[in-house]
Write a protein that binds this ligand. Structure first.
Ligand code: MSP
Length: 510
């Protein structure tokens, strides 16, 4: 096993407040970061905000504030997601920070020195009110696709990146690293895009001032995507380098939405190869959410606010739903009905019940004191084997970034635990004093099964998992437990006295 794991989210534009799409990427990355910490790896998890460029500039102008003022205001909404959603990012980067300027300019200088960046002219259709360039293809009946006003052909000096020289190196990189782009279907898209030929890329603007100046030519600001992508190395200490950089770079995986895969899988490795910095090891593209069957948009008024979700359903339920409802990598639909249904049936009924019915019986039959495993029989050996299978299945799924598959494996164990209770019928055993030892074995087995479910669920439902962990008499923070030891069957302490119930996943009225 690799000793380190570096995972990132995209950095979010501060032109608007966070919605479910942003929360989704961050939650998925958080579950992965948490899981890898529980494997005993040294993890670095980075998120942040993308504050430069036209989008943010425009939005600031509309609101009558400076871009920096807008960024300072909106960034708090993104930073607030960390406590609200129980995110465990190790740093939060803002592209307006000094450390980032130094990083972007250094990377730029390296490619300039190599001859991969040259001064040319950018030509396109310019919309003056929108301060934007458009290509022929983007125009709407010859007009600006945004405001529908006429556009004019304009030319401005611009630095270009020799992306065309990187077609071969990129294709080689994809070939040598078959897991670089995931899921597989996305990989094929990118490979055929690159195989189709690459044009050089305009990397600077003189028509915009809100950005990082080109080193040595401050009339230009650097293209926002070049600036934004570089955050991933700034966050671990580029350009100074040092221990953090050496430990964590190249990143293991950038989690991104499918719409921004090309930037990450084509441009970013090319920029890095040119500057002599190792490209990341992986990029994973997830799908998009619609809301109640419709595209999410401000004009439809159906934007899902993550803060509202947490206030209504709690962080665990929201996290669980997003990661369980759709396979990671495909599109999905968000609906309150589906959310409530999953909370009630999978969290409250299946999982909450497994724990509470076993704690209840332990209280009733053993005054809450965990009995010894005594004499495990065939059914108990089967439960232990099932738990071991599930631990392996979860690991395989998490390594493949198949979060939904990890959750469904955990729930198989939850269900197996409930079934075991039904078939061993402790309430019947309790009636016969001669079968007391057997009753003890059964309760130990079901509580131990619950413990392993709790352990495995901690990356997904961290708050409830901690409560359940404590209810089971386990010490310390579950997030600090290491799977290779804590996942071993028999971790539940014999003789410990447990609570009779735990508040875990409250049911929601439909
Ligand atoms: N700033 C760039 C990223 C730079 S990364 C070097 C950006 N920001 S964004 O705020 O517009 O979007 C961030 C992420 O949110 C993207 O990964 C995007 O896919 C995701 N989503 C935006 N809407 C979404 C949904 N409706 N559903 C799921 N994810 C969505 O792009």
């Amino acid at each position: 096993m690799k000793e380190t794991f570096y995972i990132t989210t995209p950095i979010y534009y501060v032109n608007d407040v966070p919605h479910i799409g942003h929360a989704y990427t961050t939650i998925a990355a958080d579950a992965l970061a948490r899981y890898h910490r529980m494997k005993g790896q040294k993890v670095f998890f980075l998120t942040g905000t993308d504050e430069h460029g036209e989008k943010v500039h425009k939005s600031a102008v509309q609101q009558g504030v400076s871009p920096k003022e807008l960024a300072d205001r909106v960034v708090t909404r993104f930073q607030g997601l960390t406590p609200a959603l129980h995110i465990t990012n190790d740093d939060f980067i803002r592209t307006s920070e000094q450390r980032h300027y130094a990083s972007v300019q250094d990377l730029f200088r390296k490619s300039l020195a190599k001859g991969d960046i040259y001064l040319g002219a950018y030509e396109g259709w310019y919309c003056t009110p929108c301060e934007s360039y458009w290509t022929d293809l983007q125009l709407a009946d010859g007009n600006c696709p945004e405001c529908r006003r006429p556009v004019e052909k304009r030319k401005e000096p611009s630095y270009f990146f020799r992306l065309s020289s990187y077609q071969r190196p990129l294709l080689d990189y994809y070939e040598r690293n078959p897991a670089f782009i995931r899921p597989e279907s996305r990989r094929n898209e990118v490979v055929s895009f690159v195989a189709g030929g690459l044009n050089d890329l305009s990397l600077s603007r003189t028509s915009l001032t809100w950005g990082i100046p080109v080193p040595g030519d401050p009339a230009h600001v650097i293209y926002v995507w070049y600036d934004a992508l570089t955050n991933y190395i700034t966050g671990v200490g580029y350009p100074a380098g040092g221990e953090r950089f050496d430990t964590f770079w190249p990143a293991d995986v950038h989690i991104v939405g499918k719409d921004i895969l090309r930037f990450h899988a084509v441009f970013w490795p090319a920029f890095l190869l040119s500057a002599g910095v190792a490209p990341p090891l992986g990029v994973f593209a997830h799908g998009w959410w619609t809301v109640e069957g419709q595209k999410m948009s401000k004009s439809l008024g159906n934007v899902v606010d993550p803060y509202e979700m947490v206030a209504t359903y709690g962080p665990d339920a929201f996290r669980y739903f997003l990661l369980r409802e759709v396979p990671f990598g495909t599109d999905g639909d968000f609906s309150r009905k589906a959310l409530v249904h999953r909370i009630n049936s999978e969290l409250a009924n299946d999982f909450g019940n497994l724990l509470n019915r076993s704690l209840g019986m332990l209280g009733k039959y053993f005054s809450g004191t965990v009995p010894p495993q005594a004499r495990p029989g065939e059914e108990e050996r089967a439960m232990k084997a099932k738990a071991e299978d599930v631990l392996r299945a979860v690991d395989g799924a998490m390594e493949e970034l198949e979060l939904h598959r990890a959750l469904s494996a955990i729930w198989e164990l939850v269900k197996a635990g409930n079934k075991y209770v039904d078939s061993t019928a402790p309430w019947t055993l309790a009636k016969d004093p001669a079968r007391r030892e057997r009753l003890g074995t059964v309760l130990y087995t079901v509580l131990e099964t619950a413990r392993i479910c709790v352990l495995l669920s901690a990356p997904f439902v961290p708050v409830a998992a901690q409560n359940m962990w404590e209810a089971l008499g386990c010490e310390g923070a579950v997030e600090k437990a290491v799977l290779s030891t804590a996942g071993r069957w028999g971790g539940l302490s014999e003789g410990a006295t447990l609570a009779r119930s735990a508040v875990v996943f409250p049911r929601i009225e439909e």
